[in-house]
Design a protein around this ligand. Structure first.
Ligand code: FES
Length: 59
């Protein structure tokens, strides 16, 4: 499923980015390009980041 339509970035790519150490929407943008154009996807990227923090917190 696409998170960012403008840059064709998928949810899996954002997860891979987080697994590689990205912790902010800016880091995800710099690596994947998500949010570089219209920025509509930033909220989705932030939601994925927040969810990953929660999962790390419960591990
Ligand atoms: S949907 Fe991500 S920059 Fe437009």
């Amino acid at each position: 499923m696409y998170v960012c339509i403008c840059q064709a970035v998928t949810e899996d790519e954002v997860h891979a980015c987080v697994a590689a150490g990205a912790r902010t929407a800016r880091q995800v943008r710099d690596i994947t390009g998500a949010g570089r154009d219209c920025a509509t996807c930033i909220r989705k990227v932030c939601a994925i980041l927040k969810r990953s923090e929660e999962l790390v917190g419960t591990a």
